[in-house]
Design a protein around this ligand. Structure first.
Ligand code: NAD
Ligand code: UFG
Length: 348
């Protein structure tokens, strides 16, 4: 049997690029489609540099997944064993102001992808869902059986796509779906070669801290100091992006289990870290002081969110290996080597 072929949508992005490295290392043939709306082709060049000879197993196409004829061409050229679907818009605040843009990109994009997959008889999908579907959980850790809700249009797209997958599976049990609910990915590849490069001002905590550390932002605003947590600040389950990437190769292996239908797994560490704890770990890793401005709560934010990890450990045989210190070390290494993110063009 030859190597398995995987289509990765959004594979030039933050989580996608780290996952593509793992896929190539594990011997998969990998085709990436990405419209580069929130990423750079330099990420693909860097991935190739990281994997040596395995780079021959990677091809990249700048395509929008809503462009059905272009997507069909990709499927006509390669018979895929599975698809990992990262492509989507992900800024919560932006989704509140531009809901139609989010429904168009995330929902129409996914429908187009699923239609083309069905046409070409590829019925195995790993989907990037999010802990956002737990809303403000009544208790922690969040198990996969918790009630689901959407607090904003971005979250609604994740929930709708999860529901679409459940409905499609109910209508046709040839499909196999793994829905991965990510908690908070941070960090970067230990080489410092690839990492997160948000366009514009970052919305998320770690990229913001990084920009303060390299002098691109004057101070970090701490959103809320009056939560019922250890130090009053919000608590999240931060997970190293390389651990998250490994979760995808584990999910791909699981897709060959004949008993799998449509399954959901949390990908988190099971540990909660507060905003102030993360800042302090980053200060230690970087030797930089992060000035803080304590402000009010950010609307829509939950107090404490962390994952129950037992199901993924048991069924995917996967467990996060890295701790907060590793995440901060690798984030800082990426930041030092790429303080302004990827260059517009690779010069070396
Ligand atoms: P990212 O923005 O770095 O990557 C997404 C990629 O998809 C980008 O390269 C973008 O250019 C591409 N893309 C977007 N719309 C597209 C389209 N219509 N056609 C083709 N390409 C398109 O984001 P990420 O952090 O790597 O997230 C990947 C996935 O994981 C997203 O679906 C996101 O919602 C989900 N997720 C992310 C987080 C997080 O905190 N980063 C948490 C939970 C879930
Ligand atoms: N925070 C600050 N200052 C900032 C940014 C964030 O104090 O400048 C705080 C937030 O209030 C929260 C914590 O840092 O307590 C984490 O915030 P993030 O924005 O980094 O992450 P969220 O948990 O709010 O949301 C992220 C993604 C969602 C995703 C969710 C779960 O933005 O899309 O993780 O995966 F759904």
């Amino acid at each position: 049997m030859g190597a398995l072929s995987v289509l990765v949508t959004g594979g030039a992005g933050y989580i996608g690029s780290h996952t593509v490295v793992q896929l190539l290392k594990d011997g998969y043939k990998t085709v990436v489609v990405d419209n580069l709306g929130n990423s750079s082709e330099v990420a693909i060049t860097r991935v190739k540099e990281l994997v040596g000879d395995r780079a021959n197993n990677l091809s990249f196409h700048q395509i929008d997944i809503r462009d059905k004829p272009a997507l069909e061409q990709i499927f006509a050229n390669t018979k895929f064993d599975a698809v990992i679907h990262f492509a989507g818009l992900k800024a919560v605040g932006e989704s509140v102001h531009k809901p139609l843009m989010y429904f168009d990109n995330n929902i129409i994009g996914t429908i187009t992808l699923l239609e083309v997959m069905a046409t070409y008889g590829c019925k195995k999908l790993v989907f990037s869902s999010s802990a956002t579907v737990y809303g403000w959980p009544k208790e922690v850790p969040c198990t996969e059986e918790f009630p689901l809700s959407a607090a904003n249009p971005y979250g609604r797209t994740k929930l709708m796509i999860e529901d679409m997958c459940r409905d499609i599976y109910a209508s046709d049990s040839d499909w196999k779906f793994i829905l991965l609910r990510y908690f908070n990915p941070i960090g970067a590849h230990p080489s410092g070669h690839i990492g997160e490069d948000p366009h514009g001002t970052p919305n998320n905590l770690m990229p913001f801290i990084q920009q303060v550390a390299v002098g691109r932002q004057p101070a970090l605003q701490v959103f809320g100091t009056d939560y019922s947590t250890k130090d009053g600040t919000g608590v999240r389950d931060y997970i190293h992006v390389v651990d998250l990437a490994d979760g995808h190769t584990a999910a791909l292996s699981k897709l060959s289990d004949p008993n799998i239908g449509c399954e959901v797994y949390n990908l988190g560490t099971g540990k909660g870290t507060s905003v102030l704890e993360l800042v302090s770990a980053f200060e230690k890793a970087s030797g930089k002081k992060i000035p803080l401005v304590k402000t009010g709560r950010r609307p829509g934010d939950a107090e404490i969110v962390y994952a129950a990890t037992a199901k993924a450990e048991r069924e995917l045989n996967w467990k996060a290996k890295y701790g907060i210190e590793d995440m901060c070390r690798d984030q800082w290494n990426w930041a030092c080597k790429n303080p302004y993110g990827y260059p517009t063009q690779e010069t070396n």
